[in-house]
Design a protein around this ligand. Structure first.
Ligand code: SF4
Ligand code: SF4
Length: 98
């Protein structure tokens, strides 16, 4: 019997995800802009917790294990703080079946 994706527990879903880290980051954050951002919306919105506030008011960002969901790009209050380009084929997040 085929198992429905919706019936899988979170850990089982994550076990079906590969992260193939591309050499070039598909998301680049201009952390100079982040320093004057008052909401830090990305910190709360990123489901992978990849935006980490620093003690000096800035942001530390790591593109590895990014789900490529685009949430940070949508909620960012900093104008052009986030630059986005999809990874090359075979890189980034890959969902495996079975
Ligand atoms: S695309 Fe999604 S997972 Fe990746 S950094 Fe942005 S919010 Fe986080
Ligand atoms: S919301 Fe945008 S500008 Fe603000 S901290 Fe996050 S990435 Fe930087």
């Amino acid at each position: 019997m085929t198992q429905r994706y919706a019936d899988l527990a979170f850990d089982d879903r994550m076990a079906r995800v590969d992260f193939r880290v591309a050499t070039n980051a598909h998301i680049v954050v201009d952390t100079d802009v982040c320093r004057s951002c008052t909401t830090k919306a990305c910190v709360h919105a990123c489901p992978a917790n990849l935006f980490v506030p620093t003690d000096d008011g800035g942001i530390l960002f790591n593109y590895e294990q990014c789900f490529e969901c685009g949430t940070c790009y949508l909620v960012c209050d900093g104008g052009n703080a986030i630059s986005w380009s999809y990874p090359d084929g075979g890189q980034g997040v890959v969902f495996r079946h079975g």
